[in-house]
Design a binder for this molecule. Structure first.
Ligand code: WTA
Length: 654
């Protein structure tokens, strides 16, 4: 069983405090009636009509949920097109409203009205077809935060080609692995992008990846770096020239079954290779539209900003699909929060008059550290609602966000969800449920969650345990629709659950209070969360042991003021491994090559051996205590207690 202390997250205990949503917010909110919880409970699964009704369907569905045997299908018999729902259907009323607003790294600004978005998406959809992309082909999108990324996603959706977006900070190896796994022969990328004003090339990484992928890859390259010479080879097309060649073309949206794939996304799991998660057209789109409406309170007339990167699920669901399905204006920001100055985000919120802002605790902790003088320089009174996602937020950071960004006038939704869940499952309904700083809140209407011990028995309020979701929801991924085995790649840490009841083990530890408010304690498997980004310890460890001279590696996390967690690598070397400085660099390079600089370990500690139990398992918990500078306690379970001293002195001399 896990408890707060075990998960190392005791500082995230919720404050014993409730805050009600401000009247001004309630008066205008999308969902204000408390009875929505009961309505979903009484009328489940049919109540999910409410989500599906937010979309336009080509063919109405026959059943909300078809769950026979081990298979669940949402909105069966129904068909729709995601691009039509995010673009075309807004034209009659909103063609001149801004759909996308882009704030570039160099201070550039660009926006697309719904009509402009419609035109470019159609032209690019025609272009994709012309280079051979057909319905069902997976198109990999390896691009930074530029408007061409959502445009490419929507163009893929229009022709029924699932996309697989790979975060631009990932390495060539990570890209190749994802392309191979998805059997993707098409790639849309760009020459490069800017980071803190400097040009970073991307095409070279895309080329390295393409060269190692079988069969041949056809690529489209967007020119982002003005003037950067990028020579295109065979099977490589320039984005701008393709648009010109297909100017004014229109592509009839492909009617997709509700259960057809909309996209694939890779995330870290407990094995050494990334876990592919596939989201469906009808279930996923209904779910993200519903949660954007009910939780983020998005309205068509809003300017809405989620500061995540589209390379992660948060960007898919709550920059692109949810907000655009509701016909709002969604802001796309390329760049860092402190470049050129630490007031950059607040300056954008003021200038764009952002209504709803959604970010991650790691960013909030950085804002706190920089100080309230930066937000104070700006008029943030356009804000109505704030959100956080990605990691537990401690009450102190929550209150800072509430006070200094929301002026104690905006509810905060602390939204718990995962790549696998497609959209938010646990949080408060901002006009209906009180907030408790540090606790995500109760499960949303129609969502059922329990906290159980290792045997699958529910634990009493206040006790830590495993968080499981014990009822299906429309945003569940295709892999889970087709059987539960996929979810249980968790190994040792998973609770034993009855086979007869449907459940999804989330691999998070959590506790619930008397009011069923859930506080997330963190992952209980070998997935680690750094700055709100997911990595598998196995992925990082396998990169490290690929270095010549390295015998064994264990990766753990230590607490970090800003990132929440930082990665620490403990490494044992072969006898004749040589110079540790060179090896340390080789270890860091190997991680950057396999995954990317975002997974770079904060420290690499060398020792002749790693601490092991009598049965030979590496004692990670002990390494974590060392990383956190904590008391080590009883070492009697160790087979080789002598290495502990050596590791501690290696840490000190670092
Ligand atoms: C963590 C991101 C606490 C959790 C959408 C989960 C959170 C993992 C919260 C999924 C939250 C996400 N409070 N922890 N509000 N939201 N998490 O797949 O450990 O990148 O399992 O999806 O992030 O990360 P993923």
């Amino acid at each position: 069983m896990v408890d707060g202390n075990d998960a190392g997250l005791e500082t995230h205990q919720p404050a014993d405090e409730r805050l009600s949503p401000p009247e001004s917010f309630i008066e205008q909110a999308n969902v204000t009636d408390e009875s929505v919880y009961e309505e979903f409970e009484k009328n489940w699964p049919e109540a999910w009509d409410r989500a599906a009704e937010l979309l336009d369907w080509d063919e109405d569905y026959e059943r909300v949920l078809d769950d026979e045997g081990d298979t669940s299908r949402w909105f069966t018999g129904g068909s729709l097109n995601a691009c039509t729902n995010c673009v075309d259907r807004h034209l009659p009323e909103q063609k001149n409203q801004r759909a996308l607003v882009w704030e570039g790294q160099l201070g550039e600004r660009r926006s697309y009205t719904y009509l402009e978005l419609y035109r470019e998406v159609n032209e690019f959809a025609a272009a994709l077809r012309s280079i051979g992309v057909g319905e069902g082909d997976i198109v990999t999108l390896y691009m930074p935060m530029i408007p061409e990324l959502p445009i490419a996603m929507l163009a893929c959706a229009r022709i029924g080609a699932p996309h697989s977006v790979v975060f631009a900070g990932f390495s060539a190896d990570a890209l190749a692995m994802r392309m191979d796994s998805a059997d993707s022969e098409y790639l849309v990328t760009c020459d490069g992008y800017y980071r803190r004003g400097d040009a970073v090339t991307l095409k070279n990484k895309a080329d390295t990846a393409s060269a190692s992928v079988d069969p041949d890859v056809t690529s489209v390259v967007v020119d982002r770096l003005d003037g950067y010479e990028c020579t295109l080879g065979e099977d490589e097309y320039d984005y701008g020239s393709l648009l010109d060649a297909h100017e004014s073309e229109r592509v009839t949206p492909v009617e997709r079954d509700a259960t057809d794939d909309l996209f694939r996304i890779y995330t870290s799991g407990t094995t050494g290779t990334p876990k592919g998660v596939t989201h469906t057209t009808g279930g996923y789109l209904s779910y993200v539209a519903w949660t954007s409406h009910a939780v983020l309170d998005i309205k068509p007339e809003d300017t809405y900003w989620c500061s995540a990167d589209i390379g992660w699920i948060t960007g898919h669901s709550y920059i692109v699909y949810g907000p655009l399905a509701l016909g709002t204006t969604t802001v796309l920001y390329e760049g860092a929060p402190d470049h050129p100055e630490k007031n950059r985000l607040w300056e954008i919120i003021e200038r764009q008059a952002v209504d709803v802002f959604y970010t991650a605790p790691t960013a909030i902790r950085a804002f706190m550290k920089w100080g309230e003088e930066y937000p104070q320089q700006h008029d943030l009174s356009s804000l109505r609602l704030l959100g956080t996602v990605g990691e537990p937020i401690n009450p102190r950071a929550w209150k800072w966000y509430y006070k200094h960004i929301g002026n104690e006038n905006c509810p905060i939704v602390d939204t718990w969800w995962q790549t696998e869940t497609g959209g938010v499952l646990i949080t408060t309904l901002p006009a209906v449920t009180d907030m408790k700083p540090g606790s995500a809140g109760p499960p949303l209407p129609g969502i059922s969650a329990r906290i159980v011990d290792g045997k699958g028995n529910e634990v009493p309020p206040g006790d830590g345990g495993y968080l499981i979701i014990d009822q299906q929801w429309p945003g569940m991924p295709r892999e889970l629709c087709e059987g539960r085995a996929w979810a249980a790649d968790a190994g040792d840490g998973a609770p034993q659950l009855e086979d007869t009841e449907w459940s999804y083990p989330t691999e998070d530890g959590a506790l619930a209070d008397e009011d069923d408010y859930i506080t997330i304690l963190g992952r209980v498997d070998d997935v680690i969360n750094v700055s709100g980004h997911r990595f598998g310890t196995m992925e990082i460890e396998s990169a490290i042991v690929s270095v010549d001279g390295i015998a064994e590696a264990a990766v753990v996390t230590g607490t970090h003021d800003i990132q929440g967690k930082a990665i620490h690598a403990y490494v044992s070397t072969e006898d004749d491994a040589g110079d540790t400085d060179a090896l340390r660099q080789a270890v860091i390079d190997a991680v950057e090559d396999a995954i990317g600089p975002i997974a770079r370990p904060e420290s690499v500690v060398f020792s002749p051996d790693l601490p092991k139990t009598q049965s030979g398992k590496i004692m990670r918990r002990l390494l974590e205590d060392i990383a956190n500078g904590e008391e080590l306690g009883d070492l009697s379970a160790l087979r080789n207690p002598e290495v502990v001293g050596e590791i501690e002195s290696a840490v000190r001399s670092d």
